[in-house]
Design a protein around this ligand. Structure first.
Ligand SMILES: C[S@@+](CC[C@H](N)C(=O)[O-])C[C@H]1O[C@@H](n2cnc3c(N)ncnc32)[C@H](O)[C@@H]1O
Length: 318
């Protein structure tokens, strides 16, 4: 074998350098594709799925303080996608601030991969005893994170009515429903004063992380009551305001006491309270045939706990 020349050595080290560079580039390019394959549902709002004429409903002045949702919980890894910035509405209802509507620009946050562990959506829905053939309304459905799951639970003989006050959210939801090849979802753009629900036709109304944003809570509850069948149920899922470690801004959280104070006088009764989720309350209200008088403020211990004489089970599952 003839000895290597200087040119041979130079050529071989150049080839080794090019191979190493190509390997690094391909790893960098393929990593995001692998990450998106881990998503439980299709991404909600990539730039291509956003309506081209989309405009923000309000300023999005992202600063570090606005993102303390992610920073407050000790030892928790920050979310890969941040909840969008928001502003104060300055409006109050029964002693709490009404939160600003979360803009459709935040739709990717609603589909963040961490949400599965943080909110356990499938276990939450499993606790609601949803049956094939039911009519379920996902009020404030956003881009359809729960709508897709509900549509599978009620099956082809059931219907999910998915409403939102933001037409852009409903457009994103339509895209996600189409992509999931579901045919039993009715997307509806509603308003703060008209929930646009059919009368006496709904078995269950679900509102996840929505009620605290309702600009006109009494109008919304009146429409929900009219939409529910006599044995229909209203389910609110809200971040626990009693727990300072839940990493969500105060006006986007609610106590049990506050929810009961607002919901029960409108013709509902707390039937069950489930607290097995890491950060959220699940409150199941039944539709009362004869609503109490308007002064029917429920008994609470003022600390977010359901008193023992209430039928709410308060059971914990973990
Ligand atoms: C934080 S997002 C939650 C979306 C969805 N429920 C989820 O869990 O992915 C709140 C949504 O409620 C909608 N919303 C607020 N007030 C509403 C109302 N009165 N009626 C219907 N939608 C409403 C907002 O537009 C927003 O899309």
């Amino acid at each position: 074998m003839s000895p290597l020349t200087q040119d041979d050595i130079r050529f071989r080290s150049w080839t080794a350098w090019v191979s190493a560079a190509l390997l690094t580039w391909s790893i960098t390019l393929l990593a995001p594709l692998n990450a998106s394959a881990l998503l439980d549902d299709p991404p909600a709002a990539s730039p291509t799925t956003q309506p081209p004429d989309a405009k923000p409903d309000h300023d999005h002045d992202h600063d570090d303080d606005d993102h303390d949702h992610d920073a407050k919980t000790k030892g928790r890894k920050p979310s890969s996608i941040r909840r969008p910035a928001h502003r104060h509405t300055g409006k109050t209802y029964m002693g709490r601030e009404i939160a600003d509507v979360m803009s459709y620009l935040g739709a990717p946050w609603l589909f963040r991969p961490e949400r599965i562990a943080e909110e356990r959506p499938d276990e939450m829905l499993a606790a609601l005893n949803i049956k094939p053939g039911m009519v379920v309304a996902d009020v404030g459905a956003g881009a359809g994170f729960h709508t897709l799951r509900l549509a599978r639970l009620v099956g082809p003989t059931g219907t999910v009515i998915a409403t939102d006050v933001q037409p852009q959210m409903i457009q994103l939801l339509r895209n996600n429903v189409r992509q999931a090849r579901l045919t039993n979802v009715k997307p509806v753009v509603c308003t703060h004063d008209d929930a646009k629900l059919p009368k006496g036709a709904v078995d269950l109304v679900l509102m996840v992380d929505v009620y605290h944003e309702a600009a006109n809570p009494e109008a919304l509850l009146k429409d929900i009551k009219a939409a529910l069948k006599p044995d229909g149920r209203l389910v609110l899922v809200e971040f626990r305001a009693e727990d300072p470690n839940v990493p969500i801004k105060e006006e986007h959280k609610m106590t049990v006491a506050q929810m009961r104070k607002e919901i029960e006088p409108q013709g509902f009764r707390l039937a069950e309270k489930l607290d097995f989720l890491p950060w959220q309350h699940i409150l199941i209200f039944e539709n009362l045939a004869n609503p109490p008088a308007s002064n029917g403020v429920p008994k609470t211990d003022g600390d977010g706990r359901v008193p023992s004489d209430n039928s709410g089970s308060g059971r914990r599952r973990n």
